[in-house]
Design a protein around this ligand. Structure first.
Ligand SMILES: [Fe+2]
Length: 378
């Protein structure tokens, strides 16, 4: 749909649609199918779903009469006993063919090594009691990608209750929850006391989980310092410094895997993820789940140097936030944005137990929108 100033008539019919003079003096073109499909009566007020079926029209929709009445476009349709009424302000919001405004589409704020004192913090009981606090928590996760929930109950249920404020538990091939502690027969480095290199979780899955929760139930060991960094901060700097390398990492899919006796999970991911605006929205990085790169060797001539430059930048002190997670805290973070790891610890020096789970990014944004915006039907 194009905004024009060619017509001063309130409504002008064309072969396929009509031009309407909008508030502000510009006229805009709207297609007849689009208008008929989106008549306000197309949506059921109870279920809020579209109940009109455009596929069942025998002929292309055509206005029999169209006029502007009291700030709304009124169309009586040919061959139907039906009149549609569209507020001009509503039409104006679609006139330029732009995406519908999304309250969760907030600009990201990159953060660096010194971020720990400024990490958004919310006592769990406050979140449970106050929806406005939940909205603040979700906003912090959308904008900064990380938040700490404090004063968590020392129970499995405490974590489940927290996830439910955002959405549902999102299972992975590890199940609904996972326990990070030293295991006797580990299938994953996280289940040992060794250092855990910087990574995002389970990139071998088609849809790696969007939001990660790590609830610390005990931490009295020596060592085991947490390492977190903002992949958006690193990738934005990388884009400035090495634009060609950035392009390669943002456009090339590389394989990831997770394989053991009973599973063989595989997917392909881009190391740098861009959003609909072309802005960096995340990164996917995991040395222990990166499969053998099965790309043409001459592509690897260019890919590997770029990949290594990015990997080295990720480890730079400029970005690495070091801290120690305490019992009773739950760190919640965007698993497609925040790269995390851990220093080695002494397994015999005390207890270390983190219970983890995931939720979806999409569900997080859905809850944020529902808490903060009018929506179409309220
Ligand atoms: Fe992890």
């Amino acid at each position: 749909m194009n905004l024009t100033t060619s017509s001063t008539a309130p409504v002008t019919l064309t072969d396929t649609g009509l031009e309407v003079l909008l508030p502000g003096g510009c006229s805009a073109y709207f297609n007849n199918y689009w208008l008929r499909d989106n008549c306000p009566t197309s949506f059921d007020s109870q279920t809020r779903e579209r109940v009109f079926d455009i596929f069942h029209l025998d002929t292309a929709p055509r206005p029999r009469r169209a006029e502007v009445v009291d700030g709304a476009l009124e169309i009586a349709w040919e061959g139907e006993n039906h009149t549609s009424r569209y507020p001009l302000d509503w039409l104006a919001s679609y006139a330029e063919g732009k995406r519908r405004q999304d309250p969760s589409d907030l600009p990201r704020r990159a953060w660096y090594a010194d971020h720990y004192p400024n990490v958004a913090r919310f006592p769990q009981a406050d979140l449970m009691a106050d929806k406005a606090k939940v909205a603040e928590w979700l906003k912090a996760l959308i904008v900064e990608g990380v938040a700490l929930v404090t004063d968590m109950p020392d129970s499995d249920e405490g974590l489940t209750e927290l996830v439910k404020l955002m959405g549902h538990v999102r299972p992975t091939f590890f199940g609904e929850y996972f326990d990070v502690m030293t295991h006797i027969e580990p299938t994953n480095l996280a289940y040992t006391a060794k250092a855990l290199e910087l990574h995002t979780d389970t990139p071998a899955e088609d849809m790696a989980p969007g939001v990660q929760f790590l609830h610390c139930r005990a931490n009295s060991v020596e060592g085991g310092q947490n390492l977190f960094l903002d992949g958006v901060a690193v990738a934005n700097d990388f884009r400035e410094l090495y634009p060609e390398d950035f392009k390669l990492l943002a456009e090339t899919e590389v394989p990831f895997y997770c394989e053991h006796d009973t599973y063989d999970v595989r997917s392909r991911q881009r190391v740098i993820e861009l959003d609909a605006h072309g802005e960096v929205s995340g990164v996917t990085i995991s040395q222990h789940m990166a499969d053998v790169f099965d790309l043409p060797q001459d592509v690897l001539d260019r890919y590997y140097p770029a990949f290594c430059r990015f990997g080295r930048m990720l480890q730079s002190d400029k970005y690495l936030m070091r801290f120690r997670i305490n019992a009773g805290e739950c760190i919640v973070f965007d698993n497609h944005r925040i790269v995390h790891g851990r220093e080695a610890y002494s397994a015999t020096s005390g207890a270390r137990y983190l219970r983890g789970t995931y939720a979806d990014r999409g569900e997080m944004r859905s809850t944020y929108r529902a808490l903060t915006s009018e929506g179409r039907f309220k």
